[in-house]
Design a protein around this ligand. Sequence first.
Ligand SMILES: NC(=O)c1ccc[n+]([C@@H]2O[C@H](COP(=O)([O-])OP(=O)(O)OC[C@H]3O[C@@H](n4cnc5c(N)ncnc54)[C@H](OP(=O)(O)O)[C@@H]3O)[C@@H](O)[C@H]2O)c1
Length: 367
Amino acid sequence: MSTTTAEATAQYERATRRALELAAQGPVTGGNPQVGCVLLNAAGEIVAEGWHHGAGAPHAEVDALSKLPVTADGRPDAAGLTAVVTLEPCNHTGRTGPCSVALLNAGVARVVFALPDPGAASGGGAERLRAGGVEVVEGVLAEEAQTFLHRWLTAVARNRPWVTVKWASTLDGRAAASDGTSQWITGTASRQRVHEERAASDAILVGTGTVLADDPSLTARGDGGELMPHQPIPVVVGEREIPADAVLRRHPAGLIETRNLVGHSRDLAAILSDLDTRGIRRVYVEGGSTLVSALVAAGFADEFSIYLAPALLGGDKLALGDLGITTIGEALRLRLTAVEQLGDDLHVTAVPAAPPHPAPPAPAKEN
Ligand SMILES: NC(=O)c1ccc[n+]([C@@H]2O[C@H](COP(=O)([O-])OP(=O)(O)OC[C@H]3O[C@@H](n4cnc5c(N)ncnc54)[C@H](OP(=O)(O)O)[C@@H]3O)[C@@H](O)[C@H]2O)c1
């Protein structure tokens, strides 16, 4: 049965929606994007599904192919099938082989994907597939896929991790009492959400001031205090050494002290670039106010996760210090992305209303 272009488009969109659902089952941490794949037969029915289970594990396409019957010579038999993927199949050998080659070897007839792979090393899969005689359709539900992968795509494009800045404050914007104590401003529901946000991060950034004041553990823990399966690595930013018996030194994911990164102790751009080279795509900043203010002022805060407790503290321990803003017209305007009540607290998430760094001016047109 032949399908019209409209039928084919509807079929690819349905399959891409399913592939996005599958992609969401993979981990948000670990450096690699979440990717999903479905394999369709000529009637447009799904015959196999797969998703990327994390760095080092098979990619979504290979995961889906592994569920097919095999040929006499042991290859997955995808003859005549259409592979629908949320991201262009990769074209390089990392910890696993190129997906473009796996799809070619399996005999797929067509590959449909939503977004091109932005990686310099991993891109080019579409070209390789076309050269191998496979029909390639790109851009299906590209906007949905872009929204889904926004943080990862931004991190890859900027060569630095996506930075989520978190703080807990009273309604009057204080992050600590005058004696420096801040545990606990918010209630248990907020604190549990913070643990979930930690578990969805590759690294936690914290200033030396907070480590010296609070001796935090910065582990991601469940309701019962148990360690969650994924632990982000803590990164202590600053020149001072933290004590030998600091709780952070026993963190299950290890510890990075920026004082040990040559010339990097307070250089935020260099620190983020260093983390990028370690495959860290998501950073969660847990204060204190000096570090957070420096990150915001430098335009590195991509997202805010703010917990507001119905309490007042007064005093000078503000959640944010000087940002170099002197007049209201320069206020850093945010766009709210969610507002939720957690117990007695409010959880507000927001992103800068305008990109932190304006786009470079377009080159002047020649007359
Ligand atoms: N409510 C909350 O959400 C929350 C969260 C965390 C902390 N707190 C509270 O906040 C207080 C600590 O805040 P804080 O502001 O004193 O400490 P902080 O921001 O944790 O650390 C400040 C230190 O960070 C280092 N640093 C790193 N990058 C820097 C940069 N670009 N510019 C300047 N300094 C940089 C400097 O350390 P070196 O001198 O070592 O170089 C600086 O002294 C504590 O009372 C804590 O309880 C509250």
